[in-house]
Design a protein around this ligand. Structure first.
Ligand SMILES: Nc1ccn([C@@H]2O[C@H](COP(=O)(O)OP(=O)(O)OP(=O)(O)O)[C@@H](O)[C@H]2O)c(=O)n1
Ligand SMILES: C[C@](O)(CO)[C@H](O)COP(=O)(O)O
Length: 231
C-alpha cells in the first residue's frame, strides 16, 4: 500500500450511480458534456487525480451504466469502477467495500465527493486535506449562509427568522476515517435511515465533524439551470 501520511493511505469514493431525475436530461447528468471532450464526471475526477496524495478512487456506477467504459479517463489505474446502490448512501457504502477489496484499512482516510461537483479547486481540496489531517477529526467543505434564514409552515407562512451565525451549507468532498464512516453509514441503513451526506451518518454516530471553508463555485449540479452559462 502507498503511504500518504504516517503509514495511512488516503482514498476517495465518487458516487456516480444517480439517474439525474431532477435534471431531466436524456442521460444521467454526470455524463453530460461540460465542453467538447469533457463530461461532468471527468471534470469532477480531474482535481482528485491531480492530487498525488490520493491512492485510489472508487467510482460506484449504476448497474445499467452504458457510458463509463467510453471515457478515456476510465482506464486510469487509480480509478476503480464498482456497482452502486439504490440511494446515494448505498452507493457510498459499496464504494467503501470496493476500497476494502483493494487493501484499504480502518484507519485510512476516505474522501467522498459527488460525481456532479465538477468545479472543485485544488485549493479547496488541499484546505480540506490539510485541516482534516491536522485535526484528526472528520471534516467537510461547507459554506456559511449569506442570506437571512426563515423557517416556514406547510402553507408557506414564515414562522420565524432563524439565527444564521451557526448555519452552514454542506458541500463535498467529505473526509473521514474509512472504518468509522463505513460503520456509521451501515448503522444508519440498518435503522432505515438514508442520510443525504456522510456527515449526517457520522453525527448520528457521535463523531466530531468539522467544517472547512468551501467555495461558492463548488456547486452540485442538480437542476438544468445549474449548467446555464457555465463551462
Ligand atoms: N443511487 C444513487 C443516487 C445518487 N448517487 C450519486 O450521488 C450524487 C449526488 O446525488 P444527486 O444530485 O441527488 O444525483 P441524482 O441521484 O442523479 O439526482 P436525482 O435525485 O435528481 O435523480 C451524484 O453524484 C449521484 O450520481 C449515487 O451514486 N447513487
Ligand atoms: C452530499 C450533498 O451534496 C451535500 O450537499 C447533498 O446532501 C446531496 O443531496 P441530494 O439531495 O442527495 O442531492
Amino acid at each position: 500500500m502507498v503511504s500518504s501520511t504516517e503509514g495511512v493511505a488516503i482514498w476517495a469514493v465518487v458516487p456516480a450511480a444517480g439517474a439525474g431525475q431532477r435534471f431531466g436530461a436524456g442521460r444521467p447528468k454526470q455524463y453530460l458534456s461540460l465542453r467538447p471532450g469533457l463530461c461532468i464526471l471527468e471534470a469532477t475526477l480531474q482535481p482528485l487525480l491531480a492530487d498525488p496524495r490520493l491512492h485510489g478512487i472508487a467510482v460506484p456506477l449504476a448497474p445499467d451504466d452504458e457510458y463509463w467504459d467510453g471515457l478515456a479517463l476510465s482506464r486510469d489505474r487509480r480509478l476503480h469502477a464498482c456497482e452502486g446502490g439504490a440511494e446515494r448512501a448505498d452507493s457510498v457504502l459499496r464504494g467503501l467495500a470496493h476500497l476494502r477489496s483493494l487493501g484499504a484499512a480502518d484507519e485510512d482516510w476516505v474522501l467522498v465527493h459527488d460525481a456532479v461537483r465538477p468545479w472543485l479547486t485544488a485549493g479547496a481540496l488541499s484546505r480540506l486535506l490539510d485541516a482534516t489531517l491536522e485535526s484528526g477529526d472528520a471534516g467537510i467543505l461547507a459554506l456559511p449562509v449569506v442570506d437571512t434564514v426563515k423557517r416556514v409552515d406547510e402553507a408557506g407562512r414564515i414562522v420565524e427568522t432563524v439565527p444564521r451565525e451557526q448555519i452552514w451549507l454542506a458541500q463535498t468532498p467529505q473526509m473521514a476515517r474509512l472504518g468509522r464512516l463505513e460503520q456509521a453509514l451501515s448503522q444508519q441503513l440498518a435503522q432505515g435511515h438514508w442520510p443525504t451526506d456522510e456527515a449526517a451518518a457520522l453525527e448520528a454516530a457521535g463523531e466530531t465533524v468539522r467544517v472547512v471553508l468551501g467555495e461558492r463555485g463548488n456547486i452540485k449540479i442538480t437542476h438544468s439551470e445549474d449548467l446555464k452559462g457555465r463551462d
